[in-house]
Structures are given as structure tokens and as C-alpha cells.
Design a protein around this ligand. Structure first.
Ligand SMILES: Cc1ncc(COP(=O)(O)O)c(C=O)c1O
Length: 404
């Protein structure tokens, strides 16, 4: 976080408008308030149950397990705390493929999965002499269900399909995926890192075998998250960090008690406030779009009419390179792709999978709003982006014809 800024990106007297909530969220002050006494007063090791310090810490971890499981509609024993969704994907995908590799060495993923999932799938298949089968998406980012049907058979250990895409917000119904793959016996890993807290989520009777969630996308602390896995999966999972038997023997290492406690509080708030947050965010995104369209048309939405998260919009400004637009918008924090990819000088694999050429991808910006976004933020974003886009188009000598 920028030095001297507060939780919402206000830096001194200069207000920076933060519209990159899909990269990470600020800590909710209510979560901070709950975590503070734990940071100062509870130092016991939750595995040291012989004395009060350990028991006190263990109680907090189990309280967080209750809160997280309740927020996603799971059983408490199904929650395995990890360092975040990347580790949850590694444990869920690699651990499951290793655990059931005999006759099932293959993995199926969507082309638009997060790199955390794609890399875990590649490694799992490599370790077990299997292959990764990649399901394409259409130009709006919607999964090709017929391809999925053909790709999943009894040689597949895990199918990894995300509930919501981090770059476009495009939603895929996990229940439909689960129904379509059920007969194959493959396990369904659903990356819900972006949908948790932004769209309704309930594991009850969903057919999802494994779910990945992350604390820092829901206004909790960074460095914590969970893999939520059914009993059948937990019995087969091979732990990637074996150790002192923590987390049911599936994730060794001393649990970060204050962080996990904060995650639990954030999860409770996410479940409670999800519907209201989505309505607010949707209204603000509509304002942003209409404001931009009335000043710098054409403005394209890369996901077209596909259903998407209310808080997320991936915009293309034909004729305006997105890096140049961002350079001319110093008061705005937006992004050109996922945070982990921002240092990689290649076009977004998500937009490429949707058929955008390099130029189209380079003209695209992700705007993602959150709980603390305001109408004033949107007014400021429209003003800054409009000036920046007009300036970049003018400098590039754009004639206003392509891409529209
Ligand atoms: C869809 C998705 N999956 C996984 C991750 C990785 O999450 P974490 O930072 O908790 O490892 C992210 C983070 O950007 C994400 O957006």
C-alpha cells in the first residue's frame, strides 16, 4: 500500500480512486477491529492444546472455520486453511490428481482459468504422465459446454472451472458444470476466488467437490484462504506440505491465527453483505459505462452480453492503448489484467482465449469496484478516463472507425 495512505487509497490530501478490487481489497475496518486484539494478545500455537495459550488460539481458528464454512454452505470439517487461493488450487488439483492418479492422470480446465489453476493443472498432469485438456470459450468468455462434455471422461481426475473470471467477471454456473461431469466420476474443483462475496455461493447440493477461496479478495487480510473439500476428496488428497498434522494432516505448518481469524470475520461479512454490495456495485458500473459512452464513444465491453459479476467490467477503448491511458490517469488505480500477470509483457491469456487480437487486448482495461467505491469515485473515473482516452486517440491519430 502507498505510504501514508488510508485503507481506501486516499493518499494525504490527494484522493486516489481505487478501482482494482479484483486484484485485492482493503481490509474492512470491522475486520481490523476484530483482528487487533488477537495480534497483540493471542500468541499461542493452536496446536499446543496442553495449555490455555494454545487452547485460546485453537478456539479462534475453529471459530474462523465455523464462519468460513457457514459463509459458503459447507461443513466445518471441510475447510482446510491455506495461504490463499493459489495454494488451495495447488493442494486441490495436484493433491487430488496424485491421490487418484491410477487410471485418471488427466485434468480438464477452462482456457480462461487463473494462472494459479493452469499451473497447478500442468504440474499435476506432468507428475502423473497425464495431459491437460483445455475447454475453449466464445468471444464473450462463455464456456463451450459441448467441448466440456467431450473432454471429460473416466481418465480425468479433476475438472477445474472457475465460477467468475477475474479479468472479465464472466460467470459460469458451477451447478451446470457439476451436472454435466457427474457421470464421468471426475472431481469438480471450482475456483471461487472472485465470486465469493460478489455472487451467491452455496455448496449445499451443488455438486462441487473442491472450492478455492481467498481472504484478500473479500476485505480480509492477505496470505490466507481455504480449500473447501468434501470428505471423499479429503480422504484421497495427497498433502503438498506434510508436517505436524495440522488441518487434518492435509496442510502442515502452524496456522496464522490472527489472519485466519480475520478471514473468518471477512467471510461472515461477505455472506451477509453480498447481495447489497452487488446491487450498489452494479449501479455504479452502469454509471461508469454510460458516462464513458457519452464522452468517448466507442467503448466496448469485452464480455458482450455474457452474465458477469456486478462489480467488474473489462472495457476496450478502440484506438487507445490501455497502458498509455493509465499513464495519463495518475489518480486512478485500474489494471490491464490480473495482478499476478501485470509484470508479464504478453497480452492477457483470458482476452486472447476470447479471440481478441494483440491490439484489442492492449486497448483493454479492467475496472473492478468494491464495497468502498462511491459515486464521487465514478465521477472522477469518468472524467479522468475520458480525458486520457481522448488524448491517447488524438496522439495516435485515430480516425474513429475500427473496433466499433
Ligand atoms: C480467480 C483467481 N484465482 C486465484 C487467485 C489467487 O489468489 P491468491 O492471491 O489468494 O493466491 C486469484 C488472485 O488474483 C484470482 O483472481
Amino acid at each position: 500500500m502507498v505510504a501514508n495512505s488510508d485503507a481506501f487509497g486516499r493518499i494525504g490530501s490527494c484522493i486516489m480512486v481505487y478501482l482494482d478490487y479484483n486484484a485485492t481489497t482493503p481490509l474492512d475496518p470491522r475486520v481490523l477491529e476484530g483482528m487487533a486484539p488477537v495480534l497483540t494478545d493471542v500468541f499461542g500455537n493452536p496446536a499446543s492444546l496442553q495449555h490455555i495459550h494454545g487452547r485460546e488460539a485453537a478456539e479462534l481458528v475453529e471459530g474462523a472455520r465455523d464462519r468460513v464454512s457457514h459463509a459458503v454452505g459447507a461443513r466445518r470439517q471441510e475447510v482446510i486453511f491455506t495461504s490463499g487461493a493459489t495454494e488451495a488450487a495447488a493442494l486441490g488439483i495436484i493433491g487430488a490428481v496424485l491421490g487418484r492418479a491410477h487410471g485418471r492422470p488427466n485434468v480438464v480446465v477452462a482456457a480462461t482459468e487463473h494462472k494459479a489453476v493452469l499451473a497447478a493443472a500442468e504440474l499435476a498432469a506432468r507428475l502423473c504422465q497425464g495431459v491437460v485438456r483445455t475447454v475453449p470459450v466464445d468471444s464473450c468468455g462463455r464456456l463451450d459446454f459441448e467441448f466440456l462434455d467431450a473432454a471429460v471422461d473416466d481418465s480425468v481426475a479433476v475438472v477445474a472451472i472457475m465460477a467468475a473470471n477475474n479479468e472479465t467477471g464472466v460467470l459460469t454456473d458451477p451447478v451446470e458444470v457439476a451436472e454435466r461431469i457427474r457421470a464421468s466420476g471426475a472431481w469438480f474443483f471450482c475456483d471461487s476466488t472472485q465470486s465469493f462475496g460478489k455472487a451467491a455461493l452455496d455448496l449445499t447440493d451443488s455438486g462441487i467437490d473442491m472450492l478455492a477461496v481467498s481472504s484478500h479478495k473479500i476485505y480480509g487480510p492477505k496470505g490466507t484462504g481455504a480449500l473447501v473439500a468434501t470428505r471423499q476428496v479429503r480422504k484421497a488428497l495427497v498433502p503438498l506440505a506434510a508436517g505436524g498434522g495440522q488441518e487434518g494432516g492435509l496442510r502442515g505448518g502452524t496456522v496464522d491465527v490472527p489472519a485466519v481469524h480475520g478471514f473468518g470475520l471477512a467471510a461472515e461479512l461477505a455472506a451477509k453483505e453480498q447481495a447489497a454490495d452487488a446491487v450498489r456495485a452494479g449501479g455504479l458500473v452502469d454509471r461508469l459505462l454510460s458516462g464513458l459512452r457519452s464522452s468517448v464513444s466507442p467503448v466496448l465491453v469485452n464480455s458482450g452480453g455474457a452474465p458477469r459479476l456486478a462489480n467488474t467490467v473489462n472495457l476496450r477503448f478502440p484506438g487507445a492503448d490501455a497502458d498509455a491511458v493509465m499513464a495519463r490517469s495518475p489518480g486512478l488505480a485500474v489494471s490491464t489484467g490480473s495482478a499476478c500477470q501485470a509484470s508479464v509483457p504478453a497480452p492477457s491469456h483470458v482476452l486472447s482465449a476470447m479471440g481478441l487480437d494483440r491490439r484489442g487486448a492492449e486497448e483493454s482495461l479492467r475496472v473492478s469496484l468494491g464495497r468502498f467505491s462511491t459515486e464521487a469515485d465514478i465521477g472522477r473515473a469518468v472524467a479522468e478516463l475520458s480525458l486520457a482516452v481522448s488524448d491517447v486517440r488524438r496522439t495516435a491519430g485515430w480516425e474513429g472507425t475500427d473496433g466499433a
